[in-house]
Write a protein of this length. Structure first.
Length: 152
């Protein structure tokens, strides 16, 4: 799994290197604020707030090694308790601007609650969020997250 994640990151980096621009402070600040709001909304199961952050056709390659298409399916997983955390921290390690999109990469630490996979454990994972600017606002169009082996 580590090899796939590394390959994914390399491919993204090389494919978009020619399109990448230095991210301006205003965009960086806004994406960082939205990223923080996303965490709060996930912890509070605030689907209305997440509708403002996730695209309707939001696609996730999740830590359970499944690709999920559509934020409604992610909401279902939250309702059934599969996505349920007592704590969620994110360290943004890099942001790259490309035209009307931003790639956000870093480290997440989550503490799943009872009923969720890996409940009661501290879980470290690498993540990538792909933001796009649509109708004047930044939303997450796609996401990839994988558990760091041996972190729990």
């Amino acid at each position: 799994m580590k090899n796939y994640t590394f390959a994914f990151i390399l491919i993204i980096n090389f494919c978009f290197q020619g399109f990448s621009q230095t991210i301006d402070k205003e965009t960086e600040t806004l994406v960082r604020e939205l990223s923080t709001k996303e965490i709060s909304a996930i912890l509070n199961h605030d689907h209305e707030a997440l509708k403002d952050i996730w695209a309707e056709d939001f696609m996730v390659n999740n830590p359970a090694n499944m690709v999920i298409n559509g934020r409604s399916i992610v909401f279902e997983r939250m309702k059934e308790g599969t996505i349920n955390y007592s704590a969620f921290e994110r360290e943004i390690e890099g942001l790259m601007l490309m035209e009307n999109s931003v790639v956000e990469m870093g480290l997440e630490t989550v503490h799943p609650k009872e009923g969720a996979p890996m409940a009661g454990q501290k879980v470290l994972r690498r993540y990538t969020n792909f933001w796009i600017k649509e109708e004047g606002r930044w939303i997450i169009k796609a996401r990839h997250a994988n558990v760091i082996c041996g972190s729990n």
